[in-house]
Design a protein around this ligand. Structure first.
Ligand code: MSP
Length: 519
C-alpha cells in the first residue's frame, strides 16, 4: 500500500465536543492507526467547521465576536482529541486563511465554468442543518425532523450550483462502485434521494448571514457553509484550483472519508458533484457511521443528557483513554447505531481489557517468573498450532479493516485472546509444573507470550497505551508493520523479572466512579 488518506467530518464549534463527535474521531483514528501499520504514508485529517448562521447567532447571544467564540471552542475540540490520543496528522479550521483563499478560488472556478449561477430563491432554511429543506423533508408539524424546529422562510438572491448536471454521473458512479458508500445498504437511500435532486443554493446574502467566506468580486454574498466545509478535505492538503500541492498529489483521492449517517447526502451527492466540477477524482469510500445514544436515548441539550469524553474519563478516574477508545470503537457494527452506558462500559472493558487480556499476560509472566525465574529456554521454543490460528486472525483483522469494519476486527482480536485463555485453562501449566514436566510447561507459557505479541500489535490501534505496556513487558517491537508480524519474538534468555511485571489495565471500580460523579 502506497498511501492512506482518511478524514473525519469537521465539527460545528457552537458547543463543546460530546461523545458522538468522539465516536467518529476514535473510529477514524483506529482506522488510521491500523493503516499506519500497513504504510509509512498514512494521513488523518480532522477539523472544525466554523462559519454559518448558527455560530453567528450563538456568539451574538454570548456577546462575543464570532472569531473569538470559534477560537474558544476550537480549543475544546483540540484538547478533547489530545485527551483521547487522536494522533491526527492535521486539524483544519475553516477560518484558517489558506482555506478561505482556496474556497474563494474554488467558487470562482465553478462560476467561470458556468456551474455556479445567480438566481432568486425562496426556501425553508434550517439553521440546525445549515441547509434549505424541501416541504417533503419536514415532519407532519412542518418541523425539521432532525432538529425539531420550524425552518425559517428565506427569500434571497443566491448563487446556485448546477447539481442536476452531475446527477447521472453520480448515479452511475454509485452503481458501478458498490463499495463507494459503506455500509452498502445506505447506497439505496442515496439513489432514492438522487431521483429528486435540484440545483442547490451555495451562497447566502450577507445581509442575512455575515459570518462566512466572501464571494470574490461580489461583496453582497458569502459562501454558504457546505461548499466551504466540504472543500476542507482538499484545501487541508494544499489544493487550490490554480496550484495543486505535492501533498495533494500524494494523498488525494481520500481512501475513506468517515462521516455520520445524517450528513451522507452532502458527502455522497454534493461532494462528488463538486469534485466532478473541479475535474478531481472522487474519494474511494464514504463510510457513514451510525449514531451514538446515551442509555438508549438520543443526546440533546434539552434532555440534559449530553456526555463529554472528558466527563467519562473523569468519572472513571482514567488516566489514559484506551478503555474509552476500545469501547467506542467496538460500540456498533459498521454503519449501525451504538449506545453508551456507564454500566455497559465498565462491564465490557473490565471483561475484555482487564480480565481476559490483561490477566492473561500477567498470569503468564508471573508463572514464567515462578517456574523459570523469568527465563525462556531453547526447549520451549517450537511451533504451536495456536500460531496458525493467530495468523488467520491477522488476515481476518486486515480483511475487516479493508471494509472499515472496526468493531468486527476488534471482535476477532477478542476471540484470539479467548482462545488463548482457553488453551491455558485446558493445558493447565500449573498442574504440569507440579508434575515436573517443565519443558511442556515452558512451551505453553512461550506460546501464550508469542500470541500476546501478536495481540499487542493488533490491539495497538484501539489501545495504544495498553498495547505499548504489553509490548514493553514482552520486549516486543510494537512499531512493527502488520505484514512483518511473525512468531519468533520471544527469544531464549531472561525475559522479565518479578519487579518488571505490571498490570496493563486496572479494572474500573464502579462504586468509586459513582461516588466521584455524584460529587
Ligand atoms: N459541520 C458539519 C459537517 C461538515 S463535514 C464537511 C456537521 N457538524 S456536526 O458537529 O453537527 O457533526 C459532526 C460529526 O459528528 C458528523 O459526522 C455527525 O454525524 C457526528 N455526530 C454528531 N452527533 C453524533 C452522535 N450522537 N453519534 C455519532 N455521531 C454523531 O455536521
Amino acid at each position: 500500500m502506497e498511501k492512506f488518506y482518511t478524514t473525519t467530518a469537521i465539527d460545528y464549534v457552537n458547543g463543546a465536543p460530546h461523545i458522538g463527535h468522539a465516536y467518529e474521531k476514535i473510529l477514524t483514528n483506529v482506522i488510521f492507526r491500523h493503516f499506519k501499520q500497513r504504510t509509512d504514508n498514512a494521513y488523518m485529517l480532522t477539523g472544525v467547521d466554523e462559519h454559518g448562521i448558527k455560530i453567528q447567532k450563538t456568539s451574538k447571544e454570548m456577546g462575543i465576536e464570532p472569531k473569538a467564540f470559534c477560537d474558544m471552542n476550537a480549543q475544546k475540540f483540540k484538547e478533547a482529541w489530545e485527551l483521547l490520543d487522536i494522533n491526527y496528522t492535521k486539524m483544519i479550521r475553516t477560518t484558517d486563511d489558506y482555506h478561505k483563499k482556496s474556497v474563494q478560488l474554488i467558487f470562482k472556478k465553478l462560476m467561470e465554468k458556468g456551474d455556479i449561477y445567480k438566481n432568486s430563491y425562496k426556501g425553508l432554511y434550517c439553521a440546525g442543518c445549515e441547509a434549505f429543506l424541501a416541504e417533503k423533508d419536514l415532519d407532519e408539524d412542518g418541523f425539521c425532523p432532525v432538529h425539531k424546529k420550524k425552518p425559517e422562510v428565506v427569500s434571497e438572491e443566491n448563487y446556485f450550483f448546477k447539481l442536476t448536471k452531475y446527477k447521472d454521473a453520480i448515479i452511475n458512479h454509485i452503481k458501478q462502485n458498490p463499495n463507494f458508500i459503506i455500509p452498502s445498504f445506505r447506497a439505496k437511500e442515496v439513489l432514492n434521494q438522487l431521483e429528486n435532486i435540484e440545483d442547490i443554493s451555495v451562497s447566502r446574502a450577507k445581509s442575512n448571514v455575515s459570518w462566512g467566506i466572501d464571494v470574490l468580486d461580489d461583496p453582497t454574498q458569502v459562501i454558504y457553509v457546505w461548499i466551504d466545509a466540504l472543500s476542507n478535505y482538499i484545501t487541508a492538503l494544499g489544493y487550490a484550483p490554480d496550484k495543486e500541492s505535492e501533498e495533494f498529489k500524494k494523498y488525494w483521492p481520500a481512501d475513506v472519508q468517515v462521516i455520520g449517517k445524517d450528513i451522507l447526502k452532502f458527502h455522497s451527492i454534493y461532494w462528488p458533484a463538486i469534485l466532478m466540477a473541479l475535474d478531481l477524482p472522487l474519494p474511494k469510500h464514504i463510510l457513514a457511521h451510525g449514531w451514538i445514544t446515551i442509555d438508549e436515548t438520543k443526546m440533546s441539550k434539552s434532555l440534559g443528557n449530553v456526555v463529554s469524553p472528558k466527563s467519562v474519563m473523569e468519572s472513571f478516574n482514567l488516566n489514559e483513554p484506551d478503555a474509552f477508545r476500545y469501547y467506542m470503537a467496538t460500540a456498533a457494527p459498521v454503519g449501525k447505531d451504538g449506545n453508551y452506558s456507564d454500566d455497559d462500559f465498565k462491564e465490557k472493558v473490565n471483561a475484555i481489557l482487564a480480565n481476559s487480556m490483561g490477566n492473561l499476560l500477567n498470569r503468564t509472566l508471573s508463572m514464567l517468573v515462578k517456574y523459570f525465574d523469568g527465563n525462556i529456554k531453547q526447549e520451549f521454543i517450537k511451533h504451536n498450532s495456536l500460531f496458525d490460528g493467530a495468523k488467520q486472525t491477522i488476515e481476518k483483522v486486515k480483511h475487516h479493516f479493508d471494509y472499515y469494519e472496526v468493531a468486527e476486527a476488534g471482535q476477532e482480536i477478542a476471540n484470539l485472546i479467548d482462545k488463548t485463555n482457553k488453551y491455558v485453562t485446558d493445558s493447565a501449566p500449573w498442574t504440569l509444573a507440579k508434575e515436573e514436566k517443565m519443558d511442556e510447561t515452558g512451551h505453553i507459557l512461550y506460546t501464550v507470550l508469542e500470541i500476546m505479541c501478536v495481540a499487542s500489535s493488533l490491539i495497538y490501534p484501539y489501545c495504544p497505551n495498553i498495547a505499548s505496556k504489553m509490548a514493553h513487558q514482552l520486549k516486543y517491537d510494537i512499531t512493527k508493520k502488520i505484514d512483518d508480524i511473525d512468531f519468533n519474538n520471544i527469544k531464549e534468555g531472561k525475559l522479565i523479572s518479578k519487579e518488571e511485571i505490571e498490570p496493563v489495565f486496572l479494572r474500573l471500580d464502579s462504586e468509586l466512579a459513582k461516588d466521584k460523579k455524584n460529587k
